[in-house]
Ligand binder design. Structure first.
Ligand code: FAD
Length: 425
């Protein structure tokens, strides 16, 4: 063992003794340690509830390079002009000061599953009794011909929030009246199934409300159908007539290439030249660290046990949120938060003997079409038939009153305030 590791481990502050043996046996820990990789809705919620509910009996370490987290959820409201970046950005300070979580501001480079250690970007290692992995998604840059990491500066994805979201907003602001906006939508399975269509709605709202109602948005979609389709399409006709055209696979026969220099998108049925804005939302998979730790299957995501959120490949690792294969649950912040509470309960039970209960999950996804017309879909879920299975679902109906739709938007705003407080404070 090198000095770096010794220094780092002592710095973590939970190690009391050493033995003559290598690996994690070198230092005995005063109390069990859970390392959480990723401070999004999955990881930050798990870290908080592990620390809060164990009241100091578990040492919780959160590995997340950022000092504050900008949420993808409600980033479409930022595009629409209803929120600013500060409204959707949340610091980790309260998790540290209120619950004693240690926040290590580094990338985790690897998981050494045999030794039960996480290798950090600076080369130091930290051992764990249990690992919670919630790294979100990685973008498959090669899924759209001509697009790349470099090209995202011209044709942003904004599917991981932060500078990309701000770039997309600047480009939206630059679209002239009569200009063309192109969105390339992703194939299943992807983060936030209604997200692209809420985004289109918010783009149309921003364009229309700033006097640019002759602008047009074309959505090139590889899917035959999409989430809440009748609700969105009715809303688009009602509020943004002539502004949004959705093309399923038969309407374009596939994206053949994009040219970020020319801002063109070429499909099997023709080319589109955009004014200022091409939003490329590519295919996705679990975050790289999950892939490299051998926790994904051929789908690119991580199979889990529905009773515990634990990896089917490793009983010491729970996988949450977008990186997991969560059965009927969509990849949403609400889902990740719900899954995190189950995983935290199970791990606390194992490490401290605390009582556990059968896993129960919930989700609701609200989508804003206009500030007064919001729709929702959701359900309750339980482990059943070897997966997380919906036991009750609901979805908005096309004939709901304007007054009711307005109340759904109030729910949406209340939900955001509630869930971000639940995750980050
Ligand atoms: C436009 C849009 C709108 C959305 N709207 C909604 C909505 O209205 N409601 C809803 O519920 N959901 C919504 N979502 C989905 C939601 O944002 C995601 O499902 C949610 O963020 C997933 O949480 P997560 O914890 O799995 O991953 P993430 O939120 O991606 O968090 C992962 C974190 O892990 C960190 N990380 C990754 N790898 C490492 C590593 N190796 N080492 C250290 N840290 C690492 C990252 O820095 C990141 O902070 C929306 C998404 C988009 C794109």
């Amino acid at each position: 063992m090198g000095t770096d590791r010794r220094d780092f481990l002592i710095g973590v502050g939970a190690l009391t003794a050493s033995t003559a043996f290598g690996g994690r046996a070198l230092y005995a820990q005063a109390k069990p340690r859970v390392v959480v990789i990723g401070g999004g809705p999955g990881g930050a919620t798990a870290a908080k509830y592990l620390a809060k509910d164990s009241q100091g009996a578990i040492e919780v370490v959160l590995v997340e390079p950022k000092e504050a987290f900008t949420t993808c959820f409600h980033s479409n409201l930022y595009l629409g002009g209803f929120k600013n970046i500060a409204d959707i950005t949340h610091r980790y300070d309260a998790l540290v000061s209120s619950y004693g979580i240690r926040h290590i501001r580094q990338w985790a480079n690897a998981v050494d599953r045999d030794k039960r250690e996480v290798v950090l970007a600076d080369g130091s290692r930290i051992s764990y009794d249990r690992l919670v992995l919630s790294p979100g998604i990685d973008l498959r840059y090669d899924s759209v011909p001509g697009w790349s990491k470099a090209a995202e500066e011209a044709m942003p994805h904004a599917w991981q929030a932060g500078p990309q979201t701000e770039l997309l907003k600047r480009q939206l602001d630059a679209v002239p009246d009569g200009g063309l906006v192109v969105m390339i939508a992703p194939p299943n399975p992807f983060r936030c199934p209604p997200g692209p269509y809420e985004r289109v709605s918010m783009m149309a709202h921003a364009l229309k409300s700033s006097g640019r109602k002759r602008a047009k948005i074309i959505v090139i979609d590889p899917k035959e159908t999409f989430s809440k389709q009748p609700l969105f399409q009715q809303g688009w006709e009602r509020h943004y007539p002539g502004m949004i055209e959705w093309l399923g696979p038969k309407g374009h026969e596939g994206v053949k290439s994009v040219d970020p220099g020319m801002m063109t998108v070429t499909t099997g049925l023709g080319s589109y030249k955009a004014c200022a804005l091409v939003n490329v939302i590519p295919a996705q998979r679990a975050g790289r660290i999950a892939v490299e730790a051998g926790l994904t299957n051929a789908s690119g995501y991580c199979p889990i046990h529905p009773e515990t959120m634990k990896s089917v490949n490793d009983p010491n690792i729970a996988i949450l949120g977008d990186a997991s294969i969560a059965g009927d649950m969509p990849k949403s912040a609400f889902s990740a938060n719900s899954q995190a509470k189950v995983a935290a309960m199970v791990i606390r039970g194992e490490l401290t003997g605390a009582r556990t209960f059968p896993a129960r999950y919930t989700n609701t996804c609200w989508s804003m079409i206009t500030p007064e017309d919001t729709v929702k879909v959701g359900g309750r879920y339980e482990p059943k038939l070897d997966k997380i299975t919906a036991v009750e679902t609901f979805i908005s109906k096309t004939d709901e009153s304007a007054e009711y739709r307005k109340s759904v938007q109030a729910e949406n705003l209340g939900w955001y305030a509630g869930i971000t407080a639940d995750i980050f404070s």
